[in-house]
Design a protein around this ligand. Structure first.
Ligand SMILES: [Zn+2]
Length: 322
């Protein structure tokens, strides 16, 4: 791990620590907690990534320039590879999928497919290529398999839908000349230590008239206040900061929206962003992205959660400490 002294998105220096979280080694019984993501994430952090059982402290920092909220210190690429290889060794992705299978996958996949087709109605010859980067078991590609050539990059070991080909574990497995008309980056950007660097790398793999569809949780609203562990989500975006990240990577946002929408096991507030590599391909953004401050203050974002007893209990536990 390493500390950063400037914003990982815009390199700004006007930084403010919003909160500090301390985490402790959870114990040696990881084999008994393979379905408890907080336990096995903390075990992996201390035992494999840090190789040190001393408490670890993370600052949650706001960049006043672009509104990006991020944890600090940051993980290296090697730390991330250690995380995923440890999860594979423990078998936690497969166990989680078996005991808590995601559902309503078709609805989620169709949402992405419809949005891509709205902003990228492919009219060229042959089958266009789509890459789902960090695409897990590949279910978001299912609607694309009929007309698109579908590739996927992910550390996971899954039985992919027919027509989906795994191209590697991470971006280093793509050959420099591999290019796609569309790249999907769904609930992945919040996990990566250097979001702009990843977006730049993926933009290099877009055709000149290509488009990227990015989906992230609205982490800037409140998620950063309630971190259970620091290994999974490192970035807490707003419309403002995710659009800035895309622009810093040379992409041109065409559509941004914040919606309470289905992910894998539940609905949550998410930001959907479509961006082009070339601004002449389609429309420019129709409105100003909401700032982090604006999205932090939108109390109606609490409403759907207020109806969920599990969330209410969790918040009360955090507030009261018992
Ligand atoms: Zn910034």
């Amino acid at each position: 791990m390493f500390r950063v002294e400037s914003c990982p998105v815009c390199a700004g220096k006007s930084l403010r620590v919003l909160k500090t979280h301390a985490f402790s080694f959870p114990g040696d019984k990881v084999q008994e907690h393979l379905l408890d993501y907080r336990y096995f994430a903390l075990w992996t952090l201390f035992e494999r990534v840090l190789q040190d059982r001393s408490d670890a402290v993370f600052d949650l920092t706001l960049c006043e320039d672009c509104g990006f909220i991020y944890s600090n210190p940051r993980f290296t690429d090697e730390d991330m590879a250690t995380k995923y290889t440890t999860f594979n060794e423990l078998g936690t992705p497969e166990l989680g999928a078996k005991h808590h299978p995601p559902f309503n996958l078709e609805g989620r996949a169709k949402r992405g497919y419809d949005l891509v087709n709205k902003y990228y109605p492919f009219k060229g010859e042959g089958r266009p290529k789509v890459l789902d980067f960090g695409g897990g078991a590949g279910y978001n590609l299912a609607p694309f398999t009929r007309d698109w050539e579908c590739g996927l990059v992910d550390y996971g070991r899954w039985d992919f839908p027919e027509g989906v080909t795994k191209l590697g574990n991470d971006h280093r497995d793509l050959s420099p000349d591999q290019a796609f008309q569309v790249i999907l980056l769904l609930h992945t950007l919040e996990h990566v230590p250097e979001p702009v660097a990843l977006l730049k790398t993926l933009a290099d793999h877009l055709e000149d008239d290509g488009a990227m569809y990015i989906e992230v949780p609205l982490g800037a609203f409140g998620e950063w206040k309630f971190m259970n562990e620091p290994l999974m989500h490192l970035n807490f975006f707003s419309e403002e900061s995710v659009c800035t990240a895309a622009r810093e990577a040379g992409l041109h946002p065409a559509h941004v929206e914040t919606r309470y929408q289905w992910v894998t096991h539940a609905k949550l507030w998410c930001i959907n962003l479509v961006a082009y590599k070339n601004p002449d391909v389609g429309p420019a953004l129709g409105r100003r992205p909401l700032t982090t401050r604006e999205q932090m203050g939108k109390l109606h974002y609490y409403l759907p959660y207020a109806a969920n007893p599990r969330v209410v209990k969790k918040v009360l536990r955090k507030v009261t400490g018992c």
